[in-house]
Design a protein around this ligand. Sequence first.
Ligand SMILES: Cc1cc2nc3c(=O)[nH]c(=O)nc-3n(C[C@H](O)[C@H](O)[C@H](O)COP(=O)(O)O)c2cc1C
Ligand code: SF4
Ligand code: SF4
Length: 441
Amino acid sequence: MADLRSNFLGIKSPNPFWLASAPPTDKAYNVERAFRAGWGGVVWKTLGEAGPPVVNVNGPRYGAIWGADRRLLGLNNIELITDRPLEVNLREMKQVKMAWPDRALVASIMVPCEEEAWKAILPLVEETGADGIELNFGCPHGMSERGMGAAVGQVPEYVEMVVRWCKQYTRMPVITKLTPNIADIRKPARAAHKGGTDAVSLINTINSITSVNLDTFSPEPSIDGRGTHGGYCGPAVKPIALNMVAEIARDPETRGLPISGIGGITTWRDAAEFMALGAGNVQVCTAAMTYGFKIVEEMISGLSNWMDEKGHRTLSDVVGRAVPNVTDWQFLNLNHVTKAHIDQDLCIKCGRCHIACEDTSHQAITRLKDGVRHFEVMEEECVGCNLCVDVCPVENCITMEPLPAGALDRRTGLTVSDTYANWTTHPNNPAARKPEVEPAE
Ligand SMILES: Cc1cc2nc3c(=O)[nH]c(=O)nc-3n(C[C@H](O)[C@H](O)[C@H](O)COP(=O)(O)O)c2cc1C
Ligand code: SF4
Ligand code: SF4
């Protein structure tokens, strides 16, 4: 049986599934229920400074995007950090940590970008017995207008400075949570690394307006007729998060820096993908908010079964395994040729592949044969773009089949080569390295 025990920065948890800092981790009641359901750890809902807590809107704070089956694909929120007093949160964190010593409990913190503010809160958090801290440099709304959250995460110099203070004033491991609302995620990650962070976690939410009410012309969620941008999360953001995790994992300046992967994780498979791209553990918010705490059961059993099936004994057999396979476009093998193939037994003859290929790709799929609906790939036209696979409603009905070396590519009339060749040496590339000229005799 696969061993799912996780050791992230020395913080031990029975599995790599943590709840991200958000409503599911806002109070002891939730966190205890989450632990009973099986979650390996939590990052407590972000704590602010001592004193009067922040005030949330008294109305809708969520917007959503749904698939055709009304399944939630993306969630938008305009919630702030915890609106409960600091001392209440600290008291509950201490109680929970004492009652659940085998689970990870990390405190998320966001205070003003001033040394004294960080210096003041760190000992209070340390006193709770929390296993570590996560610096919230990600919240894109409300707090950022007050110079916190994403306003810090978007300035690498600030990131480095605050991480340095935290490393100076606490012995707890420091996880720096990054905002995706930035052109190049490597910059704040490098800055956090320079400041001495023990890990980065990402992503926090993405700036977004999910919809506009066309009767009132107010963005949703609407508060008294007006709206504001919120933070986007849920399954829709997973591809963005995966790329950002991979960028950090393969960056020579941050390679090896532990990563906690966040963003749209809903199933064990999502989690395994984040781990394969370099995440040592994962955090989940929207999926728990949508389906409840018990989804962790399927995450645990799914990951465990897959690892058994593949012969992976521990998480370290999986973490980072896909990183060497992430490269830049210019290094992709241009001699690798694939063609689409339609399984006629599975095809329901809906015609979606035909119309997609006909109107927007390479006119490579038939529609009729002997006057009857028949969808078949014409290899001599197919560029192997994969669009038909993506639009086909039947799973595995269209597959991409590589042509073996030595086969004739009927589209180009060339024989498929078994050698790897990329754009850096391609004759059409004006900047390509010229083939060496043999010296004259
Ligand atoms: C309602 C809501 C509140 C959130 N509050 C916080 C927060 O206080 N601190 C924080 O670091 N992230 C916060 N997040 C971001 C999540 O921790 C997480 O980074 C993000 O939702 C992406 O993960 P997901 O796709 O699994 O939801 C919040 C997210 C939601 C939906
Ligand atoms: S792979 Fe692209 S070009 Fe080939 S049949 Fe499908 S859509 Fe057409
Ligand atoms: S989209 Fe798929 S199911 Fe529909 S006609 Fe094409 S191959 Fe058949």
